[in-house]
Write a protein of this length. Sequence first.
Length: 389
Amino acid sequence: MLTYRTAGESHGPTTLAFVEGLPAGLAIDTTFINAELARRQGGYGRGGRQRIETDVVRLLTGVRAGVTLGSPVVLEIVNKDSRLDDAVKTPPVTRPRPGHADLAGSLKWLTQDCRGTLERASARETAARVAAGALAQVFLREFGIEVFGFVSGAIDATCVVEVDAESLPELRAARDASDVYCPDSETGARIIDHIHKAKVEQDTVGGRVEVHVLGVPPGLGTCVQWNERLDSRLAAAVMGIQAFKAVEIGMGADCAWHFGSQVHDPIAYDRSLAGESHLGFTRPSNNAGGLEGGMTNGMPVVVRGTMKPIATLLRGMPSVDLATHESVQSQYERSDVSAIAAASVVMECVVAFEIAAAFLAKFGGDSMAEVRAHFDATMQLARALHPHE
Ligand code: EPS
């Protein structure tokens, strides 16, 4: 079973991810992991912290000469802005920010200082999740599975992006050229305008992010147990990202406004497509987002997430002082005006991790050679069931 946990405080010495269940024999592409970490630090609207940090992964365990051993892999990203024990530089937070973990955490841990809560609730922790998810992407690429995350909207700017194997390289280039990681330049420019305006008005901006997974084999996940359905796992992973308030698969919430005949993707069979990498089944649409009955159906997996605006507003929000109970403006901590671009990297990585976990649940083994043998043998059986000659 592929799993991970994270540890670390935002202004503590380090950020860690503990990954367990990777097979032995996977060559780790640290350049790719570091590129994902760098993308997470970027995007228009980010705050001062990102000018201090240069996130680089260190592989502390589970690796020999750049190749996994089959033992737990601990990934570390050291915090340059480490000052947790300095009471002057990390003062108490007693005026909780609406929308942040401050108030709920202070009530949970029975304290009037929200500092202990916010240090762990902080989105700094997503550096660890990106490192773990980028490692999962390195694994998935061995089986031709590509994961592509991008920003698709904010406020009133929105775009529909058709992602397929053919358009992917161009879309990736367009996304990487965009300051808000939006492959549609017009939408990206409008999102930047909104973030700029919010900055001037000491406000913040959220947005919508999408992740498309291409090359996913059918049969990942299962319908036999609710918490092992892949859509259930994906939803949990996406909702686990700081500030995410909604997750959708495929057509998502829009299903409510359409009849069944408009929602379900017809099934067809095209013998000419059947071959080594295709079983011949085609769907003219993908409203299911590649998942039916909690299992992949061979179509791309499409997941959409909605992030609320960052809770720390420079101008503050109505709040209450936890010591005096007087009405006050919420406390300001250095923050971002928008982290929507970064969120698209985080979501890409958490989705990748769940796909890799489901892949290993089906085709798992102790070594990459064994996983590949299981995968090839299963695909051969599927092809035998639907012979193309
Ligand atoms: C972040 C690190 C944090 C914040 C932000 C994202 O660093 P600092 O608190 O030192 O400025 O910039 O976190 C939040 C928005 C939050 O609510 O905690 C990061 O590395 O992504």
